[in-house]
Design a binder for this molecule. Structure first.
Ligand SMILES: Cc1cc2nc3c(=O)[nH]c(=O)nc-3n(C[C@H](O)[C@H](O)[C@H](O)COP(=O)(O)OP(=O)(O)OC[C@H]3O[C@@H](n4cnc5c(N)ncnc54)[C@H](O)[C@@H]3O)c2cc1C
Length: 368
């Protein structure tokens, strides 16, 4: 089997579409049997939207809701501003499944419910796969997102102390009306939350908190929410009469934010999405990066460019965006920084400029 994609999220699904569209026989291995919600704010920024259109998927047709304003909140203050582009809100189970279905329609061999146990890099990468045994591939596209694979795991980073949570809430009409068309970012000690509608009254609440803040709340999700609502007036007003869809949120631990893969001599294993680079989620651009990496990696593969040259190119493409996101993450980690950000955010040009700086600036051509 010459071409294998491991992972059927945004990055893996997009790579499968592109390779199948180029006439290549490609097999995608995804461990989940069926589409599932994921820890993600589900904000599609402009680059992600444009890449999806180029892949033949229109987010609006899939039911995405447009977002044109940002509301930023800390303590009892809030500032709202226009985004310098239109973003979209679309649940991940819908988006990821649409990509896999498109890839299958173009001829990709999509194997759901198939767990890859390990990957050995080399002239002929070797995979160990449940139900399929040992597979030798010409080339592997590694797209397992936040999850590391034995043999090609990412190094432990200094920022591994963060937990990501996500839950859906049903809002009363008045709160849903105020939230409509907005992405709201609410900052608090030890983290921040993103809130946006995914349909008329259903909102995605995604949270990033330090392990110590979660531990201080007794590792209790609802107590954590009560405590951060007491600290942030905007969250308090949105969630006071909201109904959680589930008793527990989805959670993901030890997020490797700030990771950017360094070329390491690999020729035949192309890293995509979060396996290539994992940007702090405050900017909400991880899916753009995942799609960009899928386009750049498949372009490189089809042009006979090796994996390391592609990894080097990705590092360059993402450098500016990473620097700005890292600076912002440091600023909002302290109370003084959050106060400062709220002061400057009130100036008309600041938030649109920051929104632009934390975005992917260079898009690849998708011309096939
Ligand atoms: C709290 C939080 C909020 C975020 N909010 C946003 C946002 O609003 N907007 C945005 O653009 N980005 C956001 N992100 C980032 C975004 O979710 C990721 O960057 C994006 O999902 C990366 O896509 P991916 O395809 O690399 O990985 P994923 O989407 O995680 O896909 C990986 C796939 O690989 C599969 N897999 C894993 N291991 C194996 C295995 N061993 N064998 C087979 N299959 C396997 C998984 O089941 C999964 O389907 C957020 C992240 C967090 C943590």
């Amino acid at each position: 089997m010459p071409l294998v994609i491991v992972g059927g999220g945004v990055a893996g699904g997009a790579a499968a579409v592109l390779l199948a569209r180029a006439g290549r026989h490609v097999m995608l291995l995804e461990r989940e049997q069926a589409p599932k919600p994921k820890v993600c704010g589900e904000f599609l920024s402009c680059a992600a939207h444009d890449y999806l259109i180029a892949l033949g998927l229109d987010p609006a047709t899939l039911g995405a809701m447009p977002i044109s304003r940002l509301r930023l909140a800390a303590g009892s203050r809030e500032v709202s501003t226009n985004l310098p582009f239109t973003g979209w809100s679309l649940p991940r189970d819908i988006l990821d499944e649409a990509l896999l279905q498109r890839a299958a329609a173009l001829g990709a061999d999509i194997r759901r419910g198939t767990i890859v146990r390990s990957l050995q890099d080399g002239a002929r990468p070797q995979l160990i796969v449940d139900g399929l045994g040992e597979i030798e591939a010409d080339t592997v596209f590694l797209a397992t997102g936040k999850h590391d694979l034995r043999g090609v795991a990412r190094p432990i980073s200094a920022t591994h102390n963060l937990i990501g949570f996500k839950g859906y809430f049903h809002l009363p009409n008045s709160a849903a009306h105020t939230l409509a068309g907005h992405i709201e970012l609410a900052m608090f000690g030890g983290g921040y939350a993103g809130l946006q509608l995914v349909d008329a009254n259903r909102a995605n609440l995604s949270l990033l908190v330090t392990q110590s803040r979660f531990a201080a709340a007794g590792q209790d999700w609802f107590r954590l929410l009560d405590e951060i609502c007491a600290e942030n007036a905007l969250l308090r007003s949105r969630l006071s009469d909201a109904l959680p869809e589930t008793d527990r949120p989805l959670a993901i631990f030890r997020l490797p934010f700030g990771f950017r893969h360094r070329p390491d001599g690999s020729e035949h294993v192309f890293r995509l999405g979060d396996q290539m680079a994992c940007m702090p989620s405050f900017a909400g651009d991880g899916m753009s990066i995942a799609l960009h990496s899928a386009v750049a990696a498949t372009d490189a593969y089809l042009a006979d460019v090796d994996a390391d040259a592609y990894h080097e190119r990705m590092r360059r493409d993402l450098a500016g965006q990473f620097t700005w996101s890292r600076v912002l993450s440091h600023i909002i980690a302290t109370q003084a920084g959050r106060r400062l950000l709220m002061e400057v955010a009130a100036l008309p040009a600041v938030m649109p400029a920051l929104a632009r700086r934390t975005r992917l600036s260079r898009l690849a051509q998708v011309i096939r």
